[in-house]
Ligand binder design. Structure first.
Ligand SMILES: [Ca+2]
Ligand SMILES: [Ca+2]
Length: 334
């Protein structure tokens, strides 16, 4: 009997306790991916960043953040009038679910309305920045609308367990995106090569210790997925990631290139003596994202060394654009 009652007594005595920051609530000082306060009852105060039922089919699962960090709120009860952009104080138990740090209030009595400061500004991912532990649970923007940066869809949406998974390419980094069916988001206009800007919440789903991977971007609604219209403007560019790489170990390098509409592309790899060894695109009518296996035109692995990847674009009026990236083929580690 005492074992059952004790947590309730604890909960009541701590409701209204001094709020700690969300960063304090989710601290993981030993870096094992499990919050130090796992199982403890804490009080936090933060701004709600999505509908309270958005990430659940039966109860409540949503996100809150303060100036320090964000967190998932997972509960069977929440006030029905709770809205995105509002600040609430809440008391609940710290939980961990496949790497995701959660706070779980026991009842509606554990929530207190604080005010309505409005939605926080999203954290802007820079070009090579993935979603990571420090921004888990926070509102994030990837790409921008200034025509200097966008995401390119690298793998098409595939259906998986109540939603869709896709990968987007952030110039130098792959960002996994998870679209839950509960969001009602329609992905029919999204396929490989689609360029977009994304808003969403940083999530994590990692089923194995030490819970340091599986970070995802979680769009909340259709308006979080903004498809970039290339006719608005464009710029000629070439990006590579996974460089240096060891092809003989099965490693690949991701290559992305694109440019203004109407341009035809040639993508050629040269060695340091200026010999063209691999023609990766010839007179291609559009940009592309693909993994290159490090083989030359004769289907042989290129030897270890430094190479030059040249992207050439020929515009409809004959103008020639070029840009290059250095590629390093490494030896396997002994
Ligand atoms: Ca820990
Ligand atoms: Ca985590």
């Amino acid at each position: 009997m005492i074992k059952v009652l004790l947590p309730m007594i604890l909960l009541c005595s701590l409701a209204g306790a001094q709020a700690i920051t969300i960063a304090e609530a989710r601290i993981d000082s030993d870096g094992d991916g499990i919050p130090d306060k796992l199982g403890e009852i804490v009080t936090i105060s933060g701004i709600v960043t999505c509908e309270t039922t958005l990430f659940s089919t039966s109860g409540y699962s949503f996100y809150m953040q303060d100036a320090t960090a964000g967190i998932n709120v997972y509960a069977f009860e929440a006030p029905s009038n709770m809205q995105p952009g509002e600040q609430w104080e809440l008391t609940g138990e710290i939980l961990a679910y496949n790497g995701l740090t959660e706070i779980s209030p026991g009842s509606v009595d554990d929530y207190t309305y604080v005010g309505n400061p409005g939605m926080p500004a999203p954290i802007q991912l820079v070009r090579n920045q993935p979603v990571s532990e420090s921004i888990e649970g926070m509102l994030i923007a990837a790409g921008d609308q200034g025509l200097t940066q966008w995401l390119t869809v690298a793998t098409a949406p595939s259906s998986a367990g109540g939603g869709y998974n896709l990968d987007v390419w952030n110039g130098q980094t792959i960002i996994p995106v998870r679209v839950n069916e509960t969001t009602g988001i329609d992905l029919s206009a999204v396929s490989v090569g689609t360029r977009l800007f994304l808003l969403g919440i940083g999530g994590q789903y990692d089923s194995t210790e030490p819970y340091d991977s599986g970070y995802q971007l979680l769009p909340r609604s259709q308006s979080d997925i903004i498809i970039f219209n290339p006719s608005v403007g464009d710029y000629f560019h070439l990006d590579v990631s996974g460089n240096p790489f060891a092809p003989s170990m099965g490693e690949t390098m991701q290559i992305e290139y694109s440019g203004p509409q109407g341009v035809r592309f040639n993508l050629v790899l040269f060695d340091r003596a200026g010999r063209d060894l691999a023609h990766l695109a010839t007179n291609a009518p559009a940009g592309d994202v693909f993994n290159w296996d490090g083989k030359d035109d004769w289907n042989e692995y290129l030897p270890m060394g430094q190479y030059l990847l040249l992207l050439e674009g020929i515009s409809p009026d004959g103008e020639r654009l070029t840009t290059t990236e250095t590629v390093v083929i490494a030896a396997p580690l002994e």
